[in-house]
Design a protein around this ligand. Structure first.
Ligand code: PLP
Length: 291
């Protein structure tokens, strides 16, 4: 395409690190837009991006988190589209972004299905993934949509049900348009994207990808919520029980998987561990201490 630069937003920094890595490999410039709050919370990933040669652009508008980073990245792309391409970090934005991101991420779902069958001889009874914009969930679900498997997308309930205290858009939102796509979203009294909150920098976005809204509407995927406290408990539980330190985002899915397993009695639950928790360790120790 003759582009010289890649542009993206990042919340937790995972997508920023991935894109910075690819840009270094292919010799492209790379601008990553990130809110000031997330720059502080996810310092290890900021360092990684800078070491890889990316330009981390601090976004100071609004709540200074993921939504504002997306706003800034779209604005930059509109100005620089001749030389740059926007590599969006979730199943969001105008067509064909949601479809492209789903298809790239579906590698995880297809592989996980094959590996699960190889390991256990059968399909899981349920698959659980956390939902921010919805890319890790969409990729994982893509491997199982045609199977008799229950699918669960888990949104962040943050501090509670009050608008502004969570980012559970599919559970509490209504239909609307933002960032170039039509989906279910959390809105304020003026119909603008509402303020959102989650302990996880990658989940505090006021909407989710349009395909999730569709899958909820047809009843194929159940969307439910997990709050901050349950998430932090699950973060420590998985670390101590399995020796795996999960990303705070993924710990939402772990918390739900543990709850679900208790109700199932027997059977198997596949949980999508969308990221590792190295990036979160300093923040968790500082804010919560060792539990
Ligand atoms: C580890 C991890 N999981 C999940 C997410 C949420 O994004 P998505 O819902 O698009 O998978 C993020 C976003 O930054 C993340 O860093």
């Amino acid at each position: 395409m003759g582009k010289k630069k890649v542009i993206a937003e990042t919340g937790a920094g995972q997508h920023g690190v991935a894109l910075a890595t690819a840009a270094a490999y292919f010799g492209l410039e790379c601008d990553i837009y990130m809110g000031s709050v997330d720059i502080k919370k996810q310092a290890p990933n900021v360092a990684r991006m800078k070491i890889l040669g990316a330009n981390v652009v601090e976004v100071t508008e609004g709540l200074q988190t993921l939504k504002e980073a997306v706003d800034a990245a779209f604005k930059a792309y509109a100005n620089e589209y001749k030389d740059a391409i926007y590599c969006i970090g979730s199943v969001l934005g105008p067509h064909p972004f949601p479809m492209m991101v789903r298809d790239f991420q579906s590698v995880v779902g297809i592989e996980a299905r094959e590996q699960f069958i190889n390991m256990t001889g059968e399909l899981p009874d349920a698959v659980v993934a956390c939902v921010g914009g919805g890319s890790n969930a969409m990729g994982m679900f893509a491997g199982f949509l045609n199977d008799p498997v229950d699918l669960y997308g888990i949104e962040p309930l943050g501090r509670g049900e009050k608008l502004g205290d969570h980012a559970a858009s599919l559970k509490y939102g209504t239909e609307g348009i933002m960032h170039g796509f039509n989906s279910i979203m959390l809105k304020d009294e003026n119909g603008e994207p509402a303020p959102v909150y989650s302990v996880a920098s990658g989940l505090d976005y006021p909407s989710s990808g349009p395909e999730h809204a569709f899958l909820q509407e047809i009843g194929r995927v159940k969307y439910d919520v997990i709050n901050d406290d349950e998430t932090i408990d699950a973060f420590f539980e998985l670390s101590r029980m399995e020796g795996i330190i999960p990303a705070i985002e993924s710990a939402h899915a772990v918390a739900y998987g543990m709850k679900l397993a208790k109700t199932l009695g027997k059977g198997s639950v596949l949980i999508n561990l969308s990221g590792r928790g190295d990036k979160d360790m300093d923040y968790i120790i500082e804010k919560y201490g060792i539990r």
